[in-house]
Design a protein around this ligand. Structure first.
Ligand code: PLP
Length: 379
């Protein structure tokens, strides 16, 4: 089946009792057992919930994996992946990724005896050098948040498979509509469902899909044992969002390309980071491993003051954390999503105080361009 057909139908079969076409919200904590020792297959809702199962089946099909698992947030999903790693084992990760991921690794998991090396995962040779006999996991975000740096998933997949290391990819920015890491060799793919998959900025959730049967079993055990499961209402909202993922992503990309085109020649914009631009350093790789470029981009305004002026002057773009919703958002990663990343670290990657991140929504694009135009005129 094609992507949109799967997005709408996978996991979304009509409910057997009533024929409800939309998967119902099974708002229950437990299930009646017909007699002692007999079960309907549904016992307790941390373990079993039909609305959650529908979402898990849906994302497994879209990401071309063997099994999907839903979590209460993107961070809970990433945390489940890291729970596969044991004390004394080593993890290599992209050096500029979502700030909350860095926070989880550095400020929580280090206390449990996991060790981390951050590197430029866009350079496969340097990743290879970072691998040690203790390395269990390579965790990559591509494109990265907020610098829009890509990693070569096919090359990293081959490297990991030859070295017995799991490759996990945070696919939040691209979604399976534009990029399917498992097909390129990754073992695990994760999402903040909160972003493009839901697409309407009305829930928090996370997902993990794996291509490996043994990892699927372990993840299912972790999901139930730790218990960071999403409620059925949030699963319903994610399922509903995913049904329109393809049409939304197409529009995000069209609008993204138009906004990038406007920003790239604007005198107040010192630098624009968008993989869809032919002068993005990894544009060729972007064309190879992604089938679209989406609506995420970052600009360097040159200074904190210039960035502040832009952020305070926009009217249609909303100053807020998060991304991937139908409405356009704008943010200042250095003080918002990435406040815990040390300044001297991020400056090395070009992640300056004047960096502004845009999540281009699906409004009429000329209105978005006009808003940026008036806001930049005050910078
Ligand atoms: C938002 C985000 C996360 C964390 O997801 P939550 O749902 O906020 O917990 C992880 N990775 C990326 C790339 C994100 O943008």
């Amino acid at each position: 089946m094609g992507f949109s057909t799967d997005a709408i139908h996978a996991g979304n079969a009509p409910e057997p009792r009533t024929g409800a076409v939309s998967v119902p919200i099974f708002q229950t904590s437990t299930y009646a057992q017909p007699e002692l020792g007999k079960s309907s297959g549904f016992e307790y809702a941390r373990t079993h919930n039909p609305t959650r199962f529908a979402l898990e089946e849906n994302i497994a099909v879209l990401e071309k994996g063997v099994k999907g698992y839903a979590f209460s947030s993107g961070m809970a999903a990433i945390s489940a992946i890291l729970s596969l790693v044991k004390q004394g084992e080593h993890v290599v990760a992209s050096h500029n990724m979502y700030g909350g991921t860095y926070r989880l690794f550095e400020y929580v998991l280090k206390n449990y005896g996991l060790t981390f090396t951050y590197g430029d995962t866009s350079d496969t040779a340097s990743v290879e050098r970072a691998l040690t006999p203790q390395t269990r996991l390579l965790f990559v975000e591509t494109p990265t948040n907020p610098m829009m740096v890509l990693s070569d998933l096919k090359a990293l997949g081959e490297l990991c498979r030859s070295r017995g290391v799991w490759l996990a990819v945070d696919n939040t920015f691209m979604t399976p509509y534009y990029q399917r890491p498992l097909e390129l060799g990754a073992h695990l793919v994760t999402h903040s469902t909160t972003k493009y998959l839901n697409g309407h900025s009305d829930m928090i959730g996370g997902l993990v899909v794996t291509s490996e049967k043994d990892l699927a079993e372990k993840l299912g055990f972790i999901q139930n044992a730790v218990g960071a499961v999403p409620g059925p209402m949030d699963c319903f909202l994610a399922l509903r969002g995913i049904k329109t993922l393809a049409v939304r992503m197409d529009r995000h990309s069209l609008n993204g390309a138009r906004v990038a085109d406007f920003l790239k020649s604007h005198p107040k914009v010192k630098k624009l980071y968008y993989p869809g631009l032919s002068d993005h350093p990894q544009h060729d790789l972007a064309r190879r491993q992604m089938s679209g470029f989406g609506g995420m981009m970052a600009i360097d305004t040159g200074s904190l003051e210039a960035g502040r002026t832009l952020l305070n002057r926009v009217r249609l773009f909303t100053l807020a954390e998060s991304l991937g919703g139908v409405e356009s958002l704008i943010s200042h990663p250095a003080s918002m999503t990435h406040a815990l990343v040390p300044r001297e670290e991020r400056i090395k990657w070009g992640f300056t105080d004047g960096l502004v991140r845009l999540s281009v929504g699906i409004e009429d694009v000329e209105d978005l361009v006009a808003d940026l135009d008036q806001a930049l005129s005050g910078v």
